[in-house]
Structures are given as structure tokens and as C-alpha cells.
Ligand binder design. Structure first.
Ligand code: E4P
Length: 215
């Protein structure tokens, strides 16, 4: 399973990279706003930090606008993946991007039918938002299971990015289901490493080591 960082904050990306855990990065307009940086500039910098798919999202809501934004984004770096919202105009744009050899990540997916349509349009990645479904009392990971079932039935090539991850269990469940990618905040990536018994065990080892005679 590949791990993507879901952030546009370069210090967070540098930290994730230092652990050797970052296979790609996803951003969205809210994350770019939170970074306080110029969109193209921060995306270009992220591409120098991570050698993997870097999602940069369009903000137009018509296909022509998405195409012109996406083509410009794709010129920033070969690893750019144009993130397109799961709306009818987004599907039109996705199909055209695929024909032009530009990779897309269809985002804001909340149902299996949306994922199927995105894949049929030629999306390289589809992003079901599990945390936002959990927030409204739907089981987000259930959606991932349904999408993986459908994609498996037809050998669909689009990769499933489990998005809107809020906690380590989302990542573990995604891995158990065989999802291709999980995109997560740095905090969740760090939570995956931790266990209180590891800390307690290490403290004890270090304490006991003090009583070992040293030459
Ligand atoms: C995914 O690509 C999105 O950027 C992201 O995972 C959304 O997460 P949120 O629901 O925590 O905003």
C-alpha cells in the first residue's frame, strides 16, 4: 500500500520524507489556502521534495476551464496529477485529460457509482472521502470496500486513494481491504508508528541497561 501525505505544508512533507514514508502528495484548495503560499510555487516545491504523484486541484467548474487549468498545472512537472471534482463537467474533462496523457485524480467521491463513472472516464486515481462520510454517520470504509469490489470485477486500472483519513484505523482497514493508496495528514502517519507498549518497553530496556557493568 502506498502512503501519500495530504498537505501543502512543505515542512510536514520534509518530515514525512525523512521517515521514508511518502510515496506521493495530495493537495486541495483548502490545504493550499492553509499553507499560505502561492499555488504554483508551492506545488513546484513539493515536486522537488517527493518523487511520486503530486495532486493539484482545478477550481473551475466547467470542463473547458478545468482543461485549461489542468494543462497548465501538468506543465509544472511530470509527476503532476490533475485533481478534478466528481461532477458531470469533471467527467468530461477527465476523459479529455486521459486522451492527452494527463493523469487525473477524481476527488470528492462519496458513492460507488461516482467511482465507477470516474474510472470509466479514464481517471488514473479515484478519491473516496471516508472521514467526511463517518462525520455524517455513514461508514466511510464501507464505500472503499464497495469500490474495490467493483474495480476488481472489471480489472479496472484506476487506483483507489482512500482520502479524508482521520485516524490510524482508517489506514489499517484500507490496507486490509487492499486499497492501493491512503492519503493522510502527517499526524496520522506519525500515529501509525506509535504504541504505548513500545515506549514502556524501551524505557525499561534503557533503565535496565544502566545496571549493566560497562568496561
Ligand atoms: C484528499 O485528496 C483530500 O485532500 C482530503 O483527504 C480531504 O480530507 P478532509 O476531509 O480531512 O478535508
Amino acid at each position: 500500500m502506498k502512503f501519500f501525505l495530504d498537505t501543502a505544508v512543505v515542512d510536514e512533507i520534509r518530515e514525512g520524507v525523512s521517515y521514508g514514508l511518502v510515496d506521493g502528495v495530495t493537495t486541495n484548495p483548502s490545504l493550499i489556502a492553509k499553507s499560505g503560499r502561492d499555488f504554483r510555487e508551492v506545488i513546484a516545491e513539493i515536486c522537488t521534495l517527493v518523487d511520486g504523484p503530486i495532486s493539484a486541484e482545478v477550481v473551475s467548474t466547467d470542463a473547458e476551464g478545468m482543461l485549461s487549468e489542468g494543462r497548465a498545472l501538468a506543465k509544472i512537472h511530470d509527476n503532476i496529477v490533475v485533481k478534478v471534482p466528481m461532477i458531470a463537467e469533471g467527467l468530461k474533462a477527465t476523459r479529455r485529460f486521459a486522451a492527452e496523457g494527463i493523469k487525473t485524480n477524481v476527488t470528492l467521491i462519496f458513492s460507488p457509482s461516482q467511482a465507477l463513472l470516474a474510472a470509466k472516464a479514464g481517471a488514473s486515481f479515484v478519491s473516496p472521502f471516508v472521514g467526511r462520510l463517518d462525520d455524517i454517520s455513514h461508514v466511510g470504509m464501507g464505500l472503499v470496500e464497495e469500490i474495490l469490489d467493483i474495480f476488481g470485477n472489471y480489472d479496472i486500472d484506476a487506483e483507489v486513494i482512500v482520502a479524508s483519513i482521520r485516524n490510524p484505523l482508517h489506514v489499517v482497514d484500507a490496507a486490509r481491504m487492499g486499497a492501493h493508496i491512503g492519503t493522510m495528514p502527517l499526524g496520522v502517519m506519525k500515529q501509525l508508528m506509535r504504541h504505548p507498549l513500545t515506549d514502556i518497553g524501551l524505557q525499561q530496556f534503557l533503565k535496565d541497561w544502566e545496571s549493566v557493568p560497562k568496561r
